[in-house]
Design a protein around this ligand. Sequence first.
Ligand code: SPD
Length: 279
Amino acid sequence: MTGHNIWVYEEQTENMRLGLRVKKVLESLESKFQRIEVVETYQYGKMLILDGLYQTCDKWEFFYHEMLVHVPMFAHPNPKDVLIIGGGDGGSLKNVLKHPKVHVDLVEIDKKVIEISKKYFDFPQTGNFSIFLENGLEYLKRTDKKYDIIIVDGSDPIGPAQDLFKHEFFHLSYEKLRDDGMFVTQSGSPIIGDYHEYFFDTFKKLKQIFPIVLPYFTVVPIYPTGYWSFIIASKGPDPRTPKRKALKEMDLKYYNEEVHRASFAIPNFLLKRMQGELL
Ligand code: SPD
């Protein structure tokens, strides 16, 4: 194997994998919680991989982070206190901090992910935020704080992110939100295999707790199928309607008001399965 023929693969199902040719391996280690790798790829730039799953890459991180963050941030009338659970690479934090007068608490289980992301990715060095190194579920159990928005930026529901898809976690999130609060989580690809199931499972669990629950969609080229979902749950405000316009200085590369509204469009094959459960 020569330097020019190193490839990294994500086994996305037992019959499908996505391979990228690697220019350089920058980090490869085992933390207390997971295997962490950072590689420089020819196609997509630097990429963070946790337990073999592609998490983020220089080139396309904005497709995911801008949609995860700005849809709830602009749908809420006046977000001030935001909680991010997971998101140790800093992509979500960077985007929330683009909003004025916001304080962010970031709860990440793995200190190593933050250290590595400060070195290789765009993890904010300063700003109005606090970091808590702990399990998101445990944090919700112990905190007395109330939030306007809770953003769950975890990996797939295996390994350290498992707790972030439990009914108890969703229920505690509801309790820690103010009366007009909103919760959002990444919810996988609604197209294939296990991913498909965790999309529906997350939707159903949230429906038992929140009055308004809706999926919305984006494209993430490095994730399985490239077609990715989020589920947003609201205590009051309609998540489909942006309440403010993005400011020019936010320098957004994907999100705008039209994309916000359009991302809530649900294709027929999903509508069929969700019939009767939507608004
Ligand atoms: N299949 C992996 C999905 C990962 C979603 N979260 C990524 C975290 C990026 N901040």
